[in-house]
Design a protein. Sequence first.
Length: 256
Amino acid sequence: MRLCLILVSLTMSRLTAADYPLATPGPFQTTTTEVADFLVYHPVTMAGSSPLLTWSNPAFFDSWSFEKLLRLQASYGMIVVASHSTRTASGDDAIAGVDLMLGENSNPASQFFGKIAEDAVGAFGHSQGGSGTVNAVFNDPRIRCTAPLHPAAGLRYPTMKRDNGPMLIITGQSDLFSSAKFCEAKVYDYQSGSTILAVRKGSGHYAPVSVLGGDAAYEHYVTAWFLRHLGARDDLETEFTVKLKVDSNFSKVLSK
């Protein structure tokens, strides 16, 4: 079953940077630094007040497997703290990443001292890491913006709707683990704030995995989402109010 789903992801149409320009690396050269049990993607030269993103892995792939997606965020000036764990559904790893990096931000001996905008924290992840993203934002108000990709097992269902800040949910039309119906009923419907659910046409569960080829549509919209809401890029608002809504590479887009 897993092999079939991977093959679906690999054989669907590939889009180019001409279609999705923010899938092309941004102006910052990037590098990685190991900090405690996390891998941090960041610009080589960091400006002060950079947004912080915390990443959660799925069950079968570690953070290196999402190299292109994570490094892409850093190339646009953001700092990404990525858990090495493949048991991330609880959201605890995402929150631990925030704790770690905000601690580094206040440590004069750290290269990240004074480099993080503590009011611009986001979270994203894939599969159980997507669920971990949802769980984390329900439990940590420091997280202001999220992008759960194909959220699947491990959701801790809330008892009521809540405004968890802007949330972009992306799943695949051919995903058997994280169907559009599941994402709408169990994630989208529980959000009372600004939320988008986008269903990638022909996409299987493993479409965003960089080592399997990745997908320019995911990379573009995730980057645009965080730049828009954490990076003060108001010019990117039309990516979601106009472009995504008419994007023929998505079979369904809901927004509120």
